[in-house]
Design a protein around this ligand. Structure first.
Ligand code: SF4
Length: 406
C-alpha cells in the first residue's frame, strides 16, 4: 500500500483553489487566462497578470482517471492519428464530447477554463503546437509560440539568445490581450519564486537518494502537481517546504516508502497514468523502490535567475533533458544512477510519445555497457492503455528484478 502523506491534504486544497480561481475568472474581465505548455513561459504570463492553465495537466488527469480511452477515438475521427500524443487526442476528444474529469473532482466546474491566449514552446515536442492550434481554430483565440532548438549536445549562446529574443517578442501581444503593462520587477519576482519552487522540488526528490527511501517515483507523480501548475507562486513554495519537512521527518523516524526495500530502480519515460497505483503496489510487493525518474526531475529549473530573467528562462527551458542529445541524456541518467544508488533502469517505450521515449536508438544497451547495470524496456503509453501490454510488462519486470537476487 502506498503510504499517504499528511501534506497531501494541503496539496488537494491548493489544487482546488487553483482550479476554482481559473473557473471563476474564465470569461470575466477580472483576470485573463493563458493556456501554457508545461515548459512554456509560465513566469512571463504570470508576471503579466494572466492566470495560467496547463492542458498537459488535464491530459494527465484524463489518463489517471482512465477516461482517456473514451475520448481518444473522437479526436481520431477528427483526423488526429492514434499514433500521436495521447494527451492531445484525449484532451481534444474530451473537448469534442464536452466532458472533463475536473467536474467530478471539483463540483461546479463544467469545463476547462476558456483561454484568452494560447502559448506553447516546442522544446518538448511539436505535438503541443498542433494541440494548441486546434483550440486556436476552434475557439478563435490567438496562438503564440516559442520555437526551441532540439537534440542539442552543448547549448550555445546563440541558442539562448534566440529563445530569449522570442520571449521578449511575445510581450506586446501579451500586453494587448491582458490589458496590463509589462513590469520587469514583477517578472523578476515570479522568476525568483519559480526558482525557489524548483530548488525545493529537487530537495523533495532527492530525499529518495536515502537508502532505503521515504519517497518513490509514484509518490512524486502525485506530489508534482503544484510544481507543474503553480510554479512562480508562493503557494507552490509553501507547499514544498511542508512536504520536504514531512519527508525529512519520515527519514529521521525510519518510515520508508517500500517496507523491506531490497532493490532500487530508475524510471525513464512517461508515467503510465492509468496504472500508477497498480504499478506502485506491484513494485512494493517485489520489495523494489522506483527511487528516481527522468520525468519528475523535468520540473527542476535551477538555471532561472531573477537578475537576468529572459536569458535564464531561455537557458532553463533549453537545457531540459528532453531537448538534449542522447549523449547528454546518457550522462544525466548515469549521474542519477550514481546519486540514487540504482540497481537497474526501466525504460518505458511510450507508444504515442517518442519525445519522452529513449529506448529506441540503443540507449539501454549503451547505458548497460557503461554503467554495468541491467536495463529493461516495457511497452505502454502515457494515456492510451490499449498500447500497454500489462501481462507481458509485469512478466518482464519480475524476471528483471529476480536477477538482482535477494
Ligand atoms: S512530450 Fe510527449 S506527452 Fe508531452 S505533449 Fe509532447 S508528445 Fe505529448
Amino acid at each position: 500500500m502506498r503510504k499517504e502523506f499528511a501534506s497531501t491534504a494541503v496539496m488537494k486544497k491548493i489544487m482546488a483553489d487553483y482550479f476554482y480561481e481559473l473557473n471563476g475568472a474564465a470569461g470575466t474581465a477580472s483576470a485573463k487566462i493563458a493556456w501554457c505548455t508545461s515548459v512554456g513561459p509560465a513566469e512571463l504570463l504570470r508576471a503579466l497578470g494572466f492566470l495560467v492553465y496547463f492542458p498537459e495537466n488535464h491530459g494527465a488527469l484524463l489518463g489517471a482517471t482512465r477516461t482517456a480511452q473514451d475520448y481518444i477515438p473522437l479526436a481520431n475521427a477528427a483526423g488526429y492519428s492514434p499514433e500521436i500524443c495521447s494527451y492531445l487526442t484525449s484532451d481534444v476528444g474530451a473537448c469534442i464530447k464536452g466532458e472533463t474529469p475536473l467536474s467530478r473532482a471539483y463540483p461546479g466546474i463544467e469545463r476547462p477554463p476558456r483561454p484568452d491566449v494560447l502559448v506553447f514552446n516546442t522544446n518538448q515536442c511539436r505535438d503541443v503546437q498542433d494541440w494548441f492550434a486546434w483550440y486556436s481554430r476552434k475557439l478563435k483565440i490567438p496562438l503564440l509560440g516559442i520555437y526551441t532548438h532540439r537534440g542539442i549536445k552543448e547549448v550555445a549562446g546563440a541558442h539562448i539568445d534566440s529563445v530569449a529574443a522570442q520571449l521578449l517578442s511575445l510581450i506586446p501581444e501579451l500586453e494587448r490581450i491582458s490589458g496590463n503593462k509589462f513590469n520587469l520587477d514583477r517578472l523578476k519576482e515570479t522568476v525568483g519564486l519559480s526558482l525557489e519552487c524548483s530548488r525545493l522540488w529537487r530537495k523533495v526528490l532527492e530525499t529518495a537518494a536515502n537508502v532505503p527511501s521515504p519517497f518513490t517515483f509514484f509518490d512524486a507523480t502525485v506530489q508534482m502537481g503544484p510544481a507543474v501548475v503553480l510554479r512562480g507562486t508562493t503557494a507552490a513554495v509553501d507547499y514544498y517546504k511542508a512536504l520536504l519537512a514531512e519527508l525529512r521527518e519520515r527519514t529521521g523516524l525510519g518510515v520508508w516508502a517500500v517496507d523491506g526495500e531490497r532493490h532500487r530502480l530508475y524510471w525513464d519515460g512517461m508515467p503510465i497514468w492509468g496504472k500508477l497505483r497498480d504499478l506502485s503496489e506491484f513494485f512494493a510487493d517485489l520489495k523494489t523502490c522506483v527511487a528516481a525518474s527522468t520525468y519528475c526531475n523535468s520540473w527542476i529549473f535551477e538555471e532561472l535567475n531573477p537578475a537576468d530573467p529572459f536569458k535564464s528562462m531561455a537557458g532553463a527551458y533549453t537545457r531540459l533533458f528532453i531537448v538534449r542529445s542522447d549523449e547528454k541524456k546518457e550522462e544525466y541518467i548515469a549521474d542519477m544512477v550514481r546519486k540514487f544508488a540504482i540497481d537497474g533502469i526501466v525504460f518505458h517505450d511510450s507508444k504515442t510519445c517518442p519525445n519522452n521515449t529513449n529506448s529506441r536508438y540503443g540507449m539501454p544497451e549503451r547505458l548497460h555497457e557503461t554503467l554495468g547495470i541491467g536495463t529493461v524496456t516495457i511497452f505502454g503509453d502515457l494515456n492510451d492503455l490499449r498500447c500497454y501490454s500489462e501481462e507481458q510488462s509485469k512478466t518482464k519486470l519480475e524476471a528483471f528484478i529476480e536477477q538482482f537476487g535477494e
